[in-house]
Design a protein around this ligand. Structure first.
Ligand code: NAD
Ligand code: MG
Length: 405
């Protein structure tokens, strides 16, 4: 049952990636919690002035500047006396597993979020997981470890939060499938030709969500939905065949669960990440939320349409990787990170992002049950292979041989 009172005692929250879009929304939720939550530690990689500002406002016991070089070059003289500065990946691991940490919000972008997420799982924490890439890279290991340590992985991704909530409507054995909603991104109506010419500025103009640049480009290619398919498989112990995608441009229905009787249970709210972030902090309790609320007094429509797998082939990669598992997620994720970065730097075309992922998946030495070290080795291999492939294509830009691989 829902209640509007605050959780009983103050919970210490570690925010990994505190200066990003999810990190800032998390701090907003903490600020509005009336003291129910307090930041124990905040981390950032590059925008250290923002981290310092947050440290001055929130007075956490620790801050972590994960880029050691940037940390060494920064002027910390205004850091509050009660705040200790830690650096590097070791700093992330230290705060994520700290005895006094109750909840770790994993909001670093990309594979870089893996170490902090695993440290929190190893320490048996509640992990409010936004960093879907950790599950894409090593979902089987993360879920296995959580079972061993008793860590709770609660989804922050809005679709997975919706599924988490909708699953409460029935028994797990009666679930037929889950249906992830996708806004369709800024290129929902683009032709193949327009997609090939899409600019960085266009890709970063998401119609419904304000997010960091990497996930915004992932939404435009629909690789984000591909990564979410894999994330859903691990979070909810589903088969790839039990996960579908529907395009829903309004981003109000955040996902649906279909039970065997054909009943669809959905969760609805305006697109505002503070809602799923807060639920991951307060669950099983619900409290008043600073997020926008749905106004049913003003008429609005909800549309749904099937995704176009030809214009957005990244979706096929997601299905394939969810089915094959093993090393596939690690290499697809690494290839995508490299390709998105190269696209953002104006070096490759929008449609090349998929081609890099396809190439690396096809070329990689598949293994069905890799350990973490092997996944990290393959992550490094996939980055190198992606860069090689891109360099080859750039060099032979006018050569048909490269553009037809
Ligand atoms: P962002 O780019 O806005 O913020 C990223 C954060 O990670 C920053 O604090 C940055 O300092 C830190 N960071 C970047 N590189 C790092 C590195 N190498 N090592 C350590 N820290 C590093 O990203 P975001 O949009 O907040 O997304 C964060 C995560 O949440 C991603 O995994 C994304 O897929 C997921 N997510 C985001 C949203 C959203 O609405 N933004 C929604 C669902 C899921
Ligand atoms: Mg999402």
């Amino acid at each position: 049952m829902s209640s509007s009172s605050s959780p009983p005692s103050r919970q210490n929250v570690v925010v990994l990636g505190a200066t990003g879009s999810i990190g800032r929304s998390t701090l907003d939720v903490i600020r509005s919690s009336g003291g129910a939550f307090a930041p124990l530690a905040l981390s950032a990689h590059a925008r250290l002035a923002d981290l310092l500002k947050a440290a001055i406002e929130y007075r956490p016991r620790f801050i972590v500047a994960s880029d050691e070089k940037a940390a060494a070059a920064f002027d910390w003289s205004h850091l509050p006396k009660e705040t200790t500065l830690l650096t590097g990946t070791a700093g992330l691991q230290e705060v994520a597993s700290h005895t006094d940490a109750d909840i770790v919000v994993s909001a670093i972008v990309g594979r870089a979020g893996l170490e902090g997420t695993f440290a929190a799982i190893q320490a048996g924490k509640r992990v409010a997981l936004a960093n879907k890439e950790a599950l894409v890279v090593a979902g089987h290991l993360a879920t296995e470890l959580a079972q061993k340590t008793g860590a709770e992985i609660l989804p922050v991704d809005s679709e997975h939060s919706a599924i988490f909530q909708a699953l409460k409507a029935g028994r797990s054995e009666d679930v037929k499938r889950v249906i992830l909603t996708a806004s369709g991104g800024p290129f929902r109506k683009f032709t193949q030709k327009q997609l090939a010419e899409a600019t960085v500025k266009q890709a970063l103009a998401h119609p419904t969500w304000q997010m960091g640049p990497k996930i915004t480009v992932d939404s435009a290619t629909m690789m984000n939905k591909a990564l979410e398919l894999i994330e859903a498989k691990w979070l909810f112990d589903l088969t790839a065949e039990q996960i579908d995608v529907v395009v829903h441009p309004q981003s109000i229905v955040h996902s649906l669960v279909e039970f065997v009787d054909g009943s669809l249970v959905a969760q609805m709210s305006p697109p505002d990440m503070r809602m799923p972030i807060q639920l991951a902090l307060t669950y099983p309790q619900r409290t008043e939320c600073p997020a926008k609320q749905l106004d049913l007094a003003t008429p609005f429509s909800l549309e749904f349409e099937p995704p176009d797998y030809e214009r957005f082939p990244a979706l096929k990669l997601g299905k394939e990787v969810a089915k094959r598992g093993g090393t596939c997620g690690a290499v697809l994720n690494a290839a995508n990170e490299v390709a998105v970065q190269q696209f953002l730097e104006g070096k490759i075309r929008f449609t090349d992002i998929y081609r890099v992922g396809r190439h690396v998946l096809d070329e990689h030495p598949f293994e069905a049950s890799p350990q973490l070290n092997r996944l990290l080795e393959l992550d490094a291999w996939a980055r190198e292979e992606s860069n090689k492939w891109i360099t080859c294509c750039l060099r032979q830009a006018k050569d048909q041989a490269c553009s037809t691989t």
